[in-house]
Design a protein around this ligand. Structure first.
Ligand code: SF4
Ligand code: SF4
Length: 180
């Protein structure tokens, strides 16, 4: 018998744009490469470096970069309306090239010992007025989580190496260190 949380496999996004307007979207170097491929922007135009006071992301979480200006985390650059890639119609203007986090959102996923999805929930970081008349498979969601992890882990390793340096550098140097 299907468990209650499996009903969320019928999730359908209603394209309200809330999750593109409100939260800061954290990205990896691979996300930046995809966006640049689509937009032709420079890496420094794609991202911004946010202070701990600007985001609800604990300092014990990975992704914090020690820069000359202090501790920062890298996320998509925003305008006053939210993510810079959110169109006036509330749709993503770089949809095919969007970060992996945007693809996995709004699912929060818990895995069992054998790597199976044990629990699925809808992130409560923003109000998400979804419908339950769509369909995706557990395999599709798991593939997105695997993709996200495969890009996050090497990115976090690069940050660790950067932070281990005796001298903290500038944002420009950090982006250069990522290959931009
Ligand atoms: S990249 Fe696209 S999907 Fe991701 S937050 Fe920005 S507008 Fe939304
Ligand atoms: S908040 Fe939910 S319904 Fe609105 S765009 Fe994001 S995922 Fe879709």
């Amino acid at each position: 018998m299907a468990q209650e949380w499996q009903n969320l496999l019928h999730f359908r996004c209603t394209c309200c744009g809330n999750c593109c307007r409100e939260p800061i979207v954290l990205v990896t170097d691979e996300d930046i490469r995809r966006v640049i491929h689509r937009t032709g922007q420079k890496a420094a135009e794609v991202v911004d470096f946010y202070k701990p006071s600007e985001i609800a992301w604990g300092k014990d979480q990975p992704g914090w970069i020690q820069l000359k200006v202090g501790l920062r985390i890298m996320g998509l650059r925003r305008t006053e309306e939210g993510c810079q890639y959110l169109g006036e119609d509330d749709l993503c203007t770089i949809y095919e090239h969007r970060p992996v986090t945007c693809r996995r959102y709004p699912f929060d996923v818990e895995f069992g010992e054998k790597g199976e999805i044990q629990l699925l929930s809808i992130s409560n970081s923003v109000e998400c007025p979804y419908e339950l008349d769509g369909y995706q498979t557990l395999g599709e969601i798991k593939a997105l989580c695997t993709w996200e992890e495969e890009e996050e882990n090497p990115y976090y390793e690069k940050i660790e190496a950067w932070n281990a340096q005796k001298k903290s550098g500038t944002k420009k140097k950090f982006l250069k260190c990522l290959g931009f």
